[in-house]
Design a protein around this ligand. Structure first.
Ligand code: LRH
Ligand code: MN
Length: 430
């Protein structure tokens, strides 16, 4: 029998914290009421929030220098789903799982779908992979995939994406995410205009094969693995491509895929205004695509991104329906703890953004009162909404304190007895 967290254990652990949570919750409720805010409505928003977990985030990540495997790592997609169930059990907002193919290719999609279903999980956006060569693969992606100069290599990459679409449909997914590493390391290596034409030509074939009800997400990235030019390098190029493809194509924003200090919240506002925001790969970074835990380095930026999203949500922007996913690499923490705390930080930014006095903000914007406009945002960002988040988790059957409860459960130790360590050293994110 594989170990699973139980409702009884969660209730027992919560019982020891409920009294202080209730006190903090009531105090916060009266403070917010003074600002005309209903704390129960905010708990409701926190409870209905959803952010998907990346299957590749359940194992210990690494860099090109090294990977230091953690204890009881999941060895296959089923064990990844076991760990996703533990995350969901404690934070309650992560039923969606984003798979990566071929890393998570199941022998039986039916078996995998029912395994997930039994654990309250479903499959969110599928991710194709033409940034690595697979054993036995005929043509290499060393010099690109969907934008490769060789038509046969492009066809091979397109074929892989069509296979992912078919699998995604069987698993009940509703979108397909394409990120490619295509680009060059030297000036002159890649013809910028031709490469983009080839990429768009390949995407058209993938777009044409989208199953009913599917959306296509394309993910731009400034650099890495190419270090001079990247074919889909920024949001403008992505927007152009999604416009060219059609109404089912959208631009996905990975927070780590921009140059340092880029105003990402403004890019988000643009894509919302243009009706082309797919959603997000949430993470954080200090320098490059560091894939650090969401809200761990620049929590104010995460808040400002959600300020744009909540402004759009409240002004009912037509077609506004972003997908939220985490995309992180957990090199030095327990992946389950990082995924739980990151999901909590994303919900925190969302709830804080709902504290913004939008009428006042509009007034200060219209009257060019820059100081009060900033203060209006800061009042929301500096509010401690912790009791709202904990109460929402508690009422949904989750943990008042997820990390403390996870550690008290001995989940990792128990999994270590079920998952004998495999000497899987090496480098890279998986
Ligand atoms: C590329 C990326 C992409 C995934 C990969 C795991 O940097 O963000 O979203 O396919 O990480
Ligand atoms: Mn990503």
């Amino acid at each position: 029998m594989s170990f699973r967290l139980t409702d009884a254990f969660v209730a027992e652990e919560n019982a020891r914290r409920l009294e202080w949570l209730t006190q903090d919750y009531e105090q916060l409720g009266s403070r917010l009421a003074r600002r005309g805010l209903d704390i129960e409505a905010l708990v409701d928003r926190a409870t209905r929030f959803r952010v998907a977990v990346p299957s590749w985030g359940l194992g210990t990540g690494g860099t090109r220098f090294a990977r230091f495997p953690g204890e009881a790592e999941p060895r296959n997609v089923f064990e990844k789903l076991e760990d996703c169930e533990a995350v969901l059990k404690l934070v309650r907002v992560t039923p969606g799982i984003s798979l990566h193919i071929p890393w998570d290719r199941p022998e039986s999609p039916k078996e995998l779908r029912s395994f997930a279903d039994e654990r309250g999980l479903f499959f969110d956006s599928m991710n194709s992979n033409t940034f690595q060569d697979q054993p036995g693969q005929k043509l290499s992606y060393k010099f690109g995939s969907l934008s490769h100069t060789d038509a046969a290599t492009r066809a091979q990459a397109i074929e892989h994406n069509l296979e992912c679409l078919e699998l995604g449909e069987k698993l009940g997914a509703r979108s397909h995410t394409v990120w490619i590493g295509d680009g060059g390391n030297f000036p002159g290596q890649v013809h910028f205009r031709d490469a983009l034409d080839r990429y768009l030509g390949s995407l058209r074939k993938i777009y044409a094969a989208l199953p009913r009800g599917f959306k296509l997400f394309i993910e731009h990235k400034l650099y890495e693995p190419a270090f001079y030019s990247t074919v889909l390098n920024d949001w403008g190029t992505s927007y152009h491509c999604t416009r060219e493809l059609g109404e089912k194509a959208f631009s996905l924003v990975d927070l780590g895929h921009h140059a340092p200090n880029v105003n990402i919240e403004m890019i988000v506002a643009r894509l919302i205004q243009f009706g082309k925001l797919a959603g997000f790969h949430f993470n954080d970074s200090k320098y490059g695509d560091d894939d650090l835990d969401s809200g761990s380095v620049k929590p104010f930026q995460l808040f400002l991104v959600f300020n744009e999203l909540v402004d759009a949500e409240l002004s009912a922007v037509p077609g506004f329906d972003p997908s939220y996913m985490l995309d992180q690499s957990h090199n030095v923490t327990d992946p389950i703890e990082s995924l739980m705390t990151s999901a909590v930080e994303v919900v925190r930014a969302y709830v804080q953004a709902h504290l913004v006095d939008r009428a006042a903000l509009r007034h200060y914007q219209e009257t060019n009162d820059a100081m009060m406009a900033l203060q209006t945002l800061k009042d929301a960002f500096t509010a401690d909404v912790g009791p709202i988040l904990a109460m929402a988790r508690h009422r949904a059957g989750g943990a008042i304190d997820p990390v403390a409860m996870f550690r008290a459960s001995g989940y990792r130790e128990k999994k270590a007895t079920e998952r004998p360590a495999e000497a899987r050293r090496g480098a890279g994110i998986v």
